[in-house]
Ligand binder design. Structure first.
Ligand SMILES: Nc1ncnc2c1ncn2[C@@H]1O[C@H](COP(=O)(O)OP(=O)(O)O)[C@@H](O)[C@H]1O
Ligand SMILES: CC(=O)N[C@@H](CCC(=O)OP(=O)(O)O)C(=O)O
Length: 259
C-alpha cells in the first residue's frame, strides 16, 4: 500500500460509514439528517453494513447453533447460505430502500458485484466459510462516486471460484476505507463509543486499545472494531471513530494526533 493511494487530493472528503446490525433497526431521522449534511458538504460517502443480530435470529429459527470466536462467527456450510440470504436479501435491500425513500440515491453491492471483495478462506479449520479479503476492487465504487450514487456494501465476500464467504463488517469497512483512500472511517454501533469501567472514553490511542483488549475491558464485537481501527491508523488514515447513530463517541488516533 503506497501512501499516495491514501491521499485523495481533492476538496471533498471520502468517508466510510459502517452501520452495525445492532443499530440498523433504530436508524433515526437525526442519523439521516447528519448523513445528508455530510453529503451536502460535497463528501463522497460509502456505507458498509453488518447484520449480526439478524443472522443470529435466522440461524436460531433454522435450528443452527452458532459460535462467535473473538468477534468472528464460525460459519458452517448451512450457515453461510443463511448469512448470504440475510445480508444481501434482507438487510441490504432494506437499507437501500430506506436511503432511497429519503431521497438519497443508493445502490446495494456485495462482494460478488464487480468482484468487489475477493477473498480466500481465513482459516477453514477454525472458522469455516469466513473470508480473508485479498483485494477490494474499487473500480465499481469510483463509477458510482462519479455518478453521485451512494454504494451500500454488505459484508459478503467471494472466492475466485464463486464461493460466498462471511466477513466481519468492521473488517470490510476498514479494507474499503484503505482501498479508496478514505479520509475518515466511522464505525456506527449501539453504544456511544468505548467504555472502560463504565466511563465513556472520548479519545483512545492504539496502545491503550491493545491494553484494554488484553485486560478484557474490550471484548466480543468491540474487538473487530478496534482491530479495524488500528489497521486503518497504521496505514495512514488519521482518525477512526466508534460512534452511536448521533455520530458521537470515541475518537481513535495516535498519541501525537490526539495531543
Ligand atoms: N469496552 C467496551 N465499550 C463498549 N462496548 C463494548 C466494549 N467491549 C465490548 N463491547 C460490546 O461491543 C458491542 C458492540 O459490538 P457489536 O455488538 O458487534 O456491534 P455491531 O453490531 O454494531 O457491530 C457493544 O454493544 C458491547 O456489548
Ligand atoms: C465473520 C463474521 O463474524 N461475520 C459477521 C457479519 C455480520 C457483521 O459483522 O455484523 P455486525 O456489524 O452487526 O457485527 C457475522 O456473521 O455476524
Amino acid at each position: 500500500m503506497t501512501t499516495s493511494k491514501l491521499m485523495h487530493h481533492t476538496e471533498r472528503k471520502r468517508i466510510v460509514i459502517k452501520l452495525g446490525g445492532s443499530m440498523l433497526e433504530r436508524l433515526s431521522d437525526e442519523f439521516f439528517m447528519k448523513f445528508m449534511e455530510l453529503r451536502n458538504e460535497g463528501n463522497e460517502i460509502i456505507i458498509v453494513h453488518g447484520g449480526g443480530p439478524f443472522i443470529n435470529e435466522a440461524l436460531k429459527k433454522n435450528g443452527i447453533d452458532s459460535k462467535i470466536d473473538d468477534g468472528i462467527r464460525v460459519t458452517c456450510e448451512k450457515s453461510i447460505a443463511i448469512v448470504k440470504q440475510v445480508l444481501v436479501g434482507e438487510v441490504n435491500t432494506c437499507l437501500v430502500h430506506q436511503l432511497n425513500q429519503k431521497g438519497i440515491e443508493a445502490i446495494g453491492l456485495n462482494g460478488f458485484d464487480g468482484k468487489l471483495l475477493e477473498c480466500s478462506m481465513l482459516d477453514e479449520k477454525r472458522y469455516g466459510f469466513v473470508g480473508d479479503i485479498q483485494s477490494v476492487n474499487n473500480k465499481i465504487i469510483e463509477k458510482l462516486f462519479a455518478a453521485s450514487i451512494v454504494p451500500v456494501i454488505s459484508c459478503l465476500g467471494a472466492t475466485n471460484d464463486g464461493i460466498a464467504l462471511n466477513v466481519n463488517a468492521d473488517t470490510v469497512a476498514s479494507k474499503v476505507a484503505l482501498e479508496i483512500g478514505a479520509n475518515s472511517l466511522l464505525l456506527v454501533t449501539d453504544t456511544p463509543g468505548i467504555k472502560i469501567d463504565s466511563q465513556l472514553q472520548q479519545v483512545a490511542s492504539p496502545s491503550q486499545l491493545s491494553e484494554w483488549v488484553g485486560t478484557g475491558d474490550i471484548y466480543g464485537g468491540m474487538i473487530p472494531k478496534v482491530n479495524a481501527a488500528i489497521a486503518c491508523l497504521n496505514a495512514g488514515i488519521p482518525t477512526v471513530q466508534i460512534v452511536d447513530q448521533y455520530l458521537t463517541g470515541t475518537m481513535i488516533a495516535y498519541e501525537e494526533v490526539l495531543n
